[in-house]
Structures are given as structure tokens and as C-alpha cells.
Ligand binder design. Structure first.
Ligand code: PEP
Ligand code: MG
Length: 577
């Protein structure tokens, strides 16, 4: 058995044979042609056919994953309609008298090289979309079937890279997982696999592309692990884990609408992390027992738009989420762009260390029209539900003062325009920078609540890039250094009578739950699928015991010791992992 560590981008466990995803190569010669007009018409016909296919894929995507995720195919349609691209192909056919395939390939590669020269991960990633669109047209020109890769049995799909359309065109009932070399947690393919509920990892080694088709594999999307040719005992253990998970989940789901009260009557709020306004996702979060939205990652709404979404577009999206949750709190996090999340249309300057650069609130405060459009949209939507506002990537109080001034200005403007806004909208900040965690007792005076972003807090505390597959072992939220900061944040908030939540991945981790509850976390926000189990875990512990264990954990030196302690103090949690 060989075990390979990668980065998890979509959780879950699958056991299935490997399927190497390789499209049939598109082979053609660079031919001289006699009649450029005929060749240009042949090209245009192929573009029209390709557009029809893309429209069909778009509608399929809307019904399967919702409008937001389907937006990528809209983007593909725009690429195909781009006059620069098509005029470039026409020029080349006429000036060089070459076949349409070669003209299209050469022109699109020139574009890709231009994009690749831009030192921006997001823009570079868009070359995948351009090549995806180009290959669709080439397949039509070459009369090669568009759906080259057909699964005939359940499989874990291994590929260098998967485009969103490749991902979506595979039979959903047969795809048991995705393993790719390329693609970060915010790539469109990662977003799609999460919303399709398919386990996925990225950052696999090249060698995995040589593994023969049919090799039995376990994909552990919880730990980002791939186990090749597992022995019978390992398969048995994972199968047991899968069926135990299913049973545990079903039983937890049955009682998920009851509050999460510890044995000694302490109530912990359990909220959902949401990335879009897709009604299906909102319904699922509520069905899973979400008592509110602890993190509305609004940047995904921007990431799915081809151009900057204006105030009106945003207003409708926020209104949809607020209405779905009624009087339950919805914590809307303002735009958290920067780091690994870039918006092509913002044209942000290159940064050597984008995670340490102009990100989150720093970016919004330097781009007031952008920030104000979002705040105005949120304030206008506020009367449709129970809105809370939260700022990401806050380092110090001055930033909170500046953000509050923007909110006050937007409120004044809107009220002057006759808009009715609830008089009090609670304001909070994410604590994801160690400096903010250390100064929490001061920052607590400035806001109504905190939410701890342990994904970033862990990367900044331990100096480990959260997207680096090589260092995943080091990036561990159970590290006592991270836990010590979490404790300081909770104490800082409580000293001023303010609440603290957590919305990083640690919040939904079964083993972390007793520690967080014991440290005094008021609210846990997590992926919707994790809510029923989290509530059931809370109901099985007592606050007193959780407090004792968390205090002990803070005295330990390594994350492994902390995990060992939790497992021995609360053996029943093994059923949830
Ligand atoms: C976090 O940093 O923990 C967090 C929830 O925000 P994001 O993962 O979107 O950066
Ligand atoms: Mg963060």
C-alpha cells in the first residue's frame, strides 16, 4: 500500500479504482489552404456549434449546481464570443492562408502566454478556461466527439488538471473523487466538487499520473490522503468508517433541529458557512439544522462574476440569503480578496507575498468605491432578515474605525435616498492575524462580536502557506500555539461581554469541538454537512469536563498530544472521524 499526502479541497471518503483522465490528443497538421473564405466559414460554423453545446452545458450546470457555480460556463461563452480572439483567427487564416485549427491554436496560445506572463495566480488560472473553450472548437473542427472521456464504472478520477466542464460532463453517479496536480482551494473545479459533494484533493505528485487504470484506491478527503492498493484490512477499516459515518450522520440528522445543549445545560450556537446564494445550498444548510450563517463568504459571489458585480446585483444576492434564513443571524463577511483569491477585473498590482499583502479589509479600505458598493448593497438588504456585518483580515483598531466610518456614510446616503435600514446592525471582525488575537481584549471594545478564522490564524501563527501541499503536516489548528491564541481571543471578548464564534475549518472538526466549547466558544460555524454531528457531539459532553480538558490541552506542547488527549477524554468522538 502506498500513502500519498495531498491537499484536501472537498471532504468525504471514497473507495474505487483509479481512472486516468486523458482526453484523446487533438491531432492535425498545419496546412496551407487555397480558400480563406471557406476556411473562415468552417471556423464560424464550429464556433456556432460550440456555443450551442456550451449553452446546453450551462443549463445542465444551473440545474445541477446552481446559477453561481454555473457562471463559469457563461464565462466560457463570453470567451468564445470574444471579437479579439475571433478576429485574430480570421486575420491568421487570411494572412497566412492556414487551416482554421492551426490559426485557432496559435492565436489562443499567444493569448495564454500573455496571461501566463502576468504574475497573478488567478489570471494565470484563466488560461485553463481559454484552452478548454479552444479545445471544444477544435474537437468540432476535427469531428472528434466532445465527450471523449466516458466513465463506465465508479472511479476516482486522476488528472493533471480538470476544467470545470470536464468535471461536470463526467457522470456524477460514477465519479467517486477527483485527484489533480493543479488547482487551489478556490479554483472553480474545487468549488464545483464541493457543491457536488464529491471528495477531492489537489497537489498530487506527478507519479500518480502513471498509476494504471483500475488500481484500487482510497481517497480520504478529510485528511487529503490517497491510499494506493490498500490492503484488505485498510479497506475494511475505511468501509467501516464510511458506514459508521452514514449511520452516525443519519442519527444526528434526525435530532439536528434541537439546540446544542451540553449535558450540564450550556448552549452553543451552531451556524453554517455559506459561499453563495444558491437556494439549494441555503435549503440544505437549514435542513441540516443551521441556526444562522456564521460566515457568508461574499468573495465567491464576486469570483463567479465576469465583471465586478454592482450594488444592485449584490443587493439581490444578499436579500436571497437573508430571506432564506428569516430571523436567524446571517454574518455577511465583506469582500476578502487577495492572497490566493484574485479578481481578474480588479487588476490588482503584483505582490511578492500576497497573503501578507493588500488583502481583505486592507484592500477594501484602499478601494472605497468597491467597498461602498458592497456595504450599500448589504445595508439595503438588511431589512429582509437579520444581518450582521463582519470584516476580514483586521490587524488593528484604526482599520475598524475606518470601516465603521464607511458604514456610517453609506447609511447616511441611503437614508437620504429614502431607504429604511434597521437601526442596529451588529458589527464584528474576523480574528485571523496573531496580532489581532493578542490584542483581542482591546479590539473587543470596538465591535459587537468576533469570529475566529482559524484557517488563516493557523497559517500566520505557524508561518505555513495554507495552499502549500508540502507543508500540510505543519499547518495544524490543534497546535497549542494556535489554541493559546484562541483562548486569548475568547477571554478578550468575554471581558467586555462580547461573543466569539469560529468559522475556520477547525470549528467543524469533531475532535476540536470539546476544546472549543471548553474554552468558551459561543458559536461554531462550519460546512453545512458537519452541523448535525457537531450538535450531537456537544450534547454528549459536559461543559465542566470540556473546560478541564481544554485547560489541560493548553499545557501540552504538540498538536499530536492535544489530539491524543481529546481522544482519550472523549472516546465516543472516534465515531465521528
Ligand atoms: C479563515 O481564515 O479561517 C476563514 C474562515 O476565512 P477563509 O478561509 O475564507 O480565509
Ligand atoms: Mg481567512
Amino acid at each position: 500500500m502506498q500513502s500519498i499526502q495531498a491537499i484536501s479541497v472537498s471532504r468525504g471518503i471514497s473507495i474505487a479504482p483509479v481512472f486516468q483522465f486523458r482526453n484523446t490528443p487533438l491531432i492535425y497538421d498545419r496546412r496551407r489552404i487555397e480558400n480563406p473564405l471557406e476556411e473562415w466559414e468552417r471556423y464560424q460554423q464550429a464556433v456556432r456549434e460550440s456555443l450551442n453545446r456550451l449553452e446546453q452545458i450551462y443549463h445542465q450546470a444551473v440545474s445541477e449546481v446552481g446559477t453561481d457555480e454555473a457562471g463559469i460556463f457563461h464565462a466560457h461563452i463570453s470567451i468564445l464570443q470574444d471579437p479579439d480572439l475571433n478576429d485574430g483567427v480570421k486575420d491568421r487564416i487570411y494572412s497566412e492562408k492556414i487551416n482554421a485549427e492551426s490559426a485557432l491554436y496559435e492565436v489562443s496560445e499567444e493569448y495564454c502566454r500573455m496571461l501566463e506572463d502576468i504574475n497573478d495566480e488567478y489570471i494565470r488560472a484563466r488560461t485553463t478556461d481559454l484552452r478548454d473553450v479552444r479545445d471544444g472548437v477544435l474537437r468540432i473542427l476535427l469531428h472528434v466527439d466532445g465527450q471523449q472521456v466516458k466513465l463506465t464504472a465508479p472511479a476516482i478520477v486522476v488528472a493533471r488538471e480538470l476544467t470545470p466542464s470536464e468535471c461536470l460532463l463526467l457522470d456524477r453517479r460514477l465519479v467517486k473523487g477527483f485527484c489533480t496536480i493543479e488547482g487551489g482551494t478556490t479554483s472553480h473545479t474545487a468549488i464545483l466538487s464541493r457543491s457536488l459533494g464529491i471528495p477531492a484533493v489537489v497537489g498530487i505528485p506527478e507519479s500518480l499520473l502513471d498509476v494504471p487504470n483500475g488500481t484500487t484506491t482510497i481517497l480520504d478527503g478529510y485528511e487529503g490522503k490517497i491510499l494506493l492498493q490498500p490492503d484488505a484490512e485498510t479497506i475494511r477499516q475505511y468501509e467501516q468508517r464510511q458506514s459508521k459515518r452514514r449511520q452516525v450522520f443519519d442519527s444526528a440528522l434526525r435530532e439536528t433541529h434541537r439546540p446544542a445543549l451540553t449535558q450540564d445545560g450550556h448552549c452553543v450556537e451552531v451556524f453554517a458557512n455559506i459561499a453563495n446564494d444558491n437556494p439549494q445550498d441555503l435549503k440544505e444548510a437549514l435542513q441540516n439544522g443551521a441556526e444562522g450563517v456564521g460566515l457568508l463568504r461574499t468573495e465567491f459571489i464576486y469570483l463567479d462574476c465576469e465583471i465586478l458585480p454592482d450594488e444592485e446585483v449584490q443587493f439581490h444576492k444578499y436579500k436571497t440569503v437573508l430571506e432564506a434564513f428569516g430571523d436567524k443571524p446571517v454574518i455577511l463577511r465583506t469582500l476578502d480578496i487577495g492572497g490566493d483569491k484574485q479578481l481578474p477585473y480588479l487588476d490588482l498590482p503584483y505582490e511578492l507575498n500576497p497573503f501578507l499583502g493588500v488583502r481583505g479589509l486592507r484592500l477594501c479600505l484602499r478601494n472605497l468605491p468597491l467597498f461602498k458598493a458592497q456595504i450599500r448593497a448589504a445595508l439595503r438588504a438588511a431589512s429582509y432578515g437579520n444581518l450582521y456585518l463582519m470584516f476580514p483580515m483586521v490587524t488593528k483598531a484604526a482599520e475598524i474605525h475606518a470601516a465603521k466610518a464607511v458604514i456610517a456614510e453609506c447609511r447616511r446616503e441611503l437614508e437620504a435616498e429614502g431607504c429604511r435600514i434597521p437601526p442596529r446592525i451588529p458589527l464584528g471582525i474576523m480574528i485571523e492575524i496573531p496580532a489581532a488575537a493578542l490584542m483581542a481584549r482591546h479590539l473587543a471594545k470596538e465591535v459587537d462580536f468576533f469570529s475566529i478564522g482559524t484557517n488563516d490564524l493557523t497559517q500566520y501563527t505557524l508561518a505555513v502557506d495554507r495552499t502549500n501541499a508540502v507543508l500540510t503536516d505543519l499547518a495544524n489548528g490543534f497546535d497549542p500555539a494556535v489554541l493559546t491564541l484562541i483562548q486569548a481571543v475568547i477571554e478578550g471578548a468575554h471581558a467586555h461581554g462580547k461573543k466569539t464564534g469560529i468559522c475556520g475549518e477547525l470549528g467543524g472538526d469533531p475532535l476540536a469541538i470539546p476544546l472549543l466549547v471548553g474554552m468558551g466558544m459561543d458559536e461554531l460555524s462550519m460546512n453545512a454537512g458537519e452541523i448535525p454531528a457537531a450538535k450531537q457531539i456537544i450534547r454528549q459532553i459536559s461543559l465542566r469536563e470540556a473546560q478541564a480538558v481544554s485547560q489541560q490541552a493548553l499545557e501540552l506542547e504538540t498538536p499530536q498530544e492535544v489530539i491524543g488527549l481529546v481522544k482519550s477524554a472523549f472516546p465516543f468522538i472516534e465515531n465521528y472521524i
